[in-house]
Design a protein around this ligand. Structure first.
Ligand code: ATP
Ligand code: MG
Length: 434
């Protein structure tokens, strides 16, 4: 029997089995040797009493180095004293790939390894079940988002990541050489998903990389992250967008609760579905609330990390993990956001999760003249956005959308201290390798 998608159980007793995996632990006690093999699904103990196994098996076991990749053929036996209730008596052991020693870092050692050492040897770090579990959860989350939006009539799209202009402010653009011209890595699919609103693909989404040259080192910023973007046409108001995101985040977290039980157990954590409907807080009320909590903040200011945290605590007390902050000052929002006429505010929103922004969006300015006006107001040259503006001149429906940081959401949901734990090979100001 070849091990498939599970660990051995007592029900496998007396079966012939083939186990493939990494030699996590080897103990040679003279008369008997033990080998703990680890694979994606768990651990299996191979027990080799000298009297019952061949001399070849014994000599392979005594010379085996930790973390080598092995293939063991043998018979499963019920064993009460063994964790999992089953062990394997080996008939043969083949070393598929020997591991050099010493190891660059331990896999099971209890000692605290520095984060840098872990990320330098990420292939080794990811052998730890708790490091790996996050990525199994991330994969299911992606799957659940996909499923929800497709059911809602959204089309998954793939927009270019090499672009001629950014949308989220010049300071975080990565420039690159594109043949003989300068180009940039896309900060978001913003301009492209909006252009699609003029095509008839009236509901689109994309889950893909976004690049930002973030100047500061924080536990929630990296230079390359996965952005879950959506855009929908013919909306009546921003509420239509909030409704989709609210139902989507609910579906994803509920879906995860039922589909990644073992991974959550490995991480020694549980997740809870945020109470819905998510409260809607107007920006100016959010400022009031944060001021009331003793923070110095003026109307018009960005809430900032501390403001978001403080609001998170207030909302937690009221029993809410997710909540909207809407109608930010138009001045604080990008050119493509629609102004709320007669006020200094805009049809914009953030979705905050336990004191941290995870998504931003709003109703877009679809009226050509107003859009150009807003670009000028922001000091941008409309001519450098001509390819985008053209799409607004020949029939552009009212529309709105969002960008949601998948890793930010996972970080909060799984209570991880650093967003980097949710990224296989994180990129930041310092880290470009591996
Ligand atoms: P922040 O103010 O927290 O830096 P932002 O407002 O600049 O975020 P947006 O342009 O609104 O970010 O991007 C949409 C979403 O993408 C954010 O809500 C966040 O979840 C995610 N995001 C943005 N920048 C990063 C980053 N550097 N690393 C990880 N996720 C990010
Ligand atoms: Mg934002």
């Amino acid at each position: 029997m070849l091990r498939g998608s599970r660990t051995l159980s007592p029900a496998d007793a007396e079966k012939n089995v083939i186990i493939k995996g990494w030699a996590q632990e080897i103990r040679n006690l003279g008369g008997i040797s033990f080998l703990i093999i680890r694979d994606r699904y768990g651990l299996v103990q191979v027990t080799a009493p000298k009297k019952k196994v061949s001399p070849e098996v014994m000599s392979t076991l005594t010379s085996l180095s930790r973390e080598s990749v092995v293939k063991v053929t043998g018979v499963a036996k019920a064993a009460n004293q063994v964790k999992g209730g089953v062990e394997v008596i080996p008939e043969s052991i083949e070393v598929l790939s020997p591991a050099a020693s010493p190891l660059p870092m331990g896999v099971v050692d209890k000692v605290n390894v520095e984060a840098d050492t872990r990320y330098d040897h990420r292939f080794m770090d990811l052998r730890k079940p708790e490091a790996r579990a996050v990525f199994e959860i991330k994969s299911v989350a992606h799957n659940l988002i996909d499923q929800f939006l497709v059911d809602e009539g959204f089309v998954e799209v793939f927009t270019p990541k090499i672009v001629a202009s950014g949308a989220e402010g010049g300071s975080t653009l990565f420039q690159l050489k594109y043949f003989d011209r300068p180009a940039y890595l896309a900060q978001s699919p913003q301009l492209y998903k909006q252009m699609l609103m003029s095509t008839g693909l009236d509901r689109v989404f994309e889950i893909g990389p976004a690049f930002r040259a973030e100047p500061s080192d924080t536990v929630r910023h990296v230079s390359e992250f996965i952005s879950f973007d959506g855009e929908m046409a013919f909306i009546d108001s921003m509420k239509d967008v909030l409704d989709i995101i609210e139902r989507c985040t609910q579906a994803v977290i509920k879906g995860l609760e039922s589909r990644v039980g073992p991974q959550l157990e490995t991480l020694n954590t549980t997740i809870s579905v945020p109470k819905a409907p998510y409260p809607v807080i107007e920006y100016k009320d959010a400022v009031d609330m944060v001021q009331g909590a003793g923070m110095k903040l003026e109307l018009g200011d960005d809430l900032g990390t501390e403001g978001e945290k403080s609001l998170g605590e207030i909302m937690k007390e009221k029993g809410h993990d997710m909540y909207w902050i809407v109608e930010y000052p138009e001045e604080a929002k990008p050119f493509y956001i629609m102004e709320k006429d007669g006020t200094p505010y805009s049809y914009s929103f953030d979705l905050d999760y336990m004191g941290q922004e995870i998504s931003s969006g709003g109703q877009r300015e679809h009226r050509y003249d107003r859009l150009v006006e807003r670009m000028r107001k922001k000091g941008l040259d409309p001519e450098s956005f001509r390819f985008y503006l053209d799409a607004f001149q020949y029939g552009m429906p009212p529309h709105g959308g969002w960008g949601l940081g998948v890793e930010r959401m996972l970080q909060k949901m799984l209570n991880l201290s650093n967003i980097r734990e949710t990224i296989l090979f994180p990129r930041d100001r310092i880290r470009l390798v591996p």
